[in-house]
Ligand binder design. Structure first.
Ligand code: ATP
Ligand code: MG
Length: 398
């Protein structure tokens, strides 16, 4: 039996006039995701995307990869057969027999969609006939009986009858939904080695935003291993976004200057403001529309509302904080789901810990912070940091 992937998309289906545009970008994304498969083909027909490749052994793998494309809600591996009642019934019985070898199925239900209205049998009748055929052919082992359950079946078998071909499928790989990458501008994420910022980047990418990343380190106070960890996080994000540019900036001179000239409790907030300003400067160069951070309301000392307000005030461009209202446990769960968690919790030093104040200010006052900054050669510091910046193009991981 020939197998194809049936890809359904959630939110894009609700788009009005712009729907063709979103569909086109989605198909491009799917195409680039499976370009290494032999004779890969992607086409759209009546609101569903089909994927075919000459790689029968790698269907599961391909389905899992396509399910990671943003915009995709489900992916199913379907048997493609002639649109003929006898052929469909026979193929469905064979499909179910295979499936019952792979996993335990004691109850099932058939659901039919008939987009080809010329087909001589109605949808409920197709379901009934296919169901009957399956029952008749699969009940040879009394120890492993099969019955119909229309309420809570172990397996829901779909029959989609189209003009030339019909499709038999079940069990979907669930995608992440969202919108195809590239339909919503570009964001520059401030990527630490922590749990939060990779999740923040992923959430914005899921809404269609192209991502570049900027990371601050304090080499040689922070190690190469710490930087490797951030490269690895970027690589994992690349599994969803394709290759990502990672800009690495040494913050050490800035941190030393702050340490020298400013009150110790302002260290964190002042370095955070420098990070934001440098990121804004880079955004102009790379044409990023917004900055993205993993900040969250109240999670740590620097993320009080006052801290966030004073951080926000350091730049004149929008800062997206998609995690702002989430609880830490939920962020951790999402980090696990997208695959960044294990890397994020590796214990390497972060540039913020190098000069960590004993008592960071939890209620920084903007006037005081601005006063402290006056004591620094901000422009010189920012320019030198950017001149020394190193940019790595990180290839995606799988
Ligand atoms: P994360 O888990 O993302 O590190 P966090 O809970 O440790 O977040 P903070 O250390 O206050 O929180 O950092 C808040 C945000 O500032 C981070 O989510 C990230 O966007 C940015 N940030 C912090 N440190 C760095 C860094 N070294 N390089 C780039 N961005 C950073
Ligand atoms: Mg951190």
């Amino acid at each position: 039996m020939e197998k194809v992937l049936i890809v359904k998309y959630g939110e894009i289906a609700l788009k009005g006039m712009n729907k063709p545009y979103f569909e086109r970008v989605l198909m491009e994304r799917i195409r680039s995701c499976i370009k290494d498969y032999e004779e890969a083909q992607v086409w759209r027909y009546e609101g569903v995307v089909f994927v075919r490749a000459n790689e029968p052994e790698r269907m599961e793998e391909m389905a899992a990869e396509v399910a990671r494309v943003f915009g995709v809600s489900t992916v199913s591996i379907a048997a493609e057969v002639e649109s003929d009642m006898e052929v469909i019934s026979q193929a469905a019985a064979e499909y179910m027999r295979q499936l019952r070898k792979e996993r335990v199925i004691r109850t099932f239900k058939v659901e039919t969609k008939r987009s080809n209205k010329q087909f001589p049998v109605t949808s409920p009748e197709i379901s009934r006939r296919v169901g009957a055929r399956i029952l008749k052919t699969q009940n040879d082992d009394p120890a492993y009986p099969l019955t119909v359950d229309v309420h809570e079946p172990d397996c829901l078998l779909f029959i989609d009858v189209r003009r030339d071909k019909s499709y038999i499928y079940h069990d979907k790989h669930t995608g992440f939904g969202g919108l195809p990458l590239g339909t919503n501008g570009k964001g520059l994420v401030l990527l630490s080695g922590g749990i939060d910022s990779p999740v923040a980047a992923w959430m914005m990418a899921k809404r269609g935003m192209l991502i570049e990343a900027i990371h601050f380190h304090s080499y040689p106070y922070t190690s190469d291993r710490a930087k490797e960890k951030v490269v690895e996080l970027t690589r994992i994000l690349g599994g969803y976004c394709g290759r990502i540019k990672l800009h690495c900036v040494n913050l050490l001179e800035i941190q030393m200057a702050i340490n020298e000239a400013c009150p110790q409790e302002q260290m964190t907030i002042l370095s955070r403001r420098f990070m934001m300003k440098i990121a804004q400067r880079l955004s102009q160069r790379i044409k990023a529309d917004v900055l993205i951070t993993g900040e969250n309301m109240g999670q740590v000392a620097s993320q009080t509302v006052q801290g966030l307000v004073v951080t926000d005030q350091s730049v004149q461009m929008p800062v997206m904080r998609p995690l702002i209202g989430m609880d830490k446990v939920d962020i951790m769960e999402l980090a696990q789901k997208i695959g960044t968690f294990e890397t994020s919790i590796q214990p390497f030093e972060d540039c913020c810990t190098v000069f960590l104040p004993k008592h960071p200010s939890t209620k920084p006052r903007l006037e005081k912070i601005l006063d402290s900054e006056k004591a620094l050669d901000q422009e010189g510091l920012i320019q030198r940091a950017l001149e020394e910046m190193e940019t790595i193009t990180v290839q995606p991981g799988k």
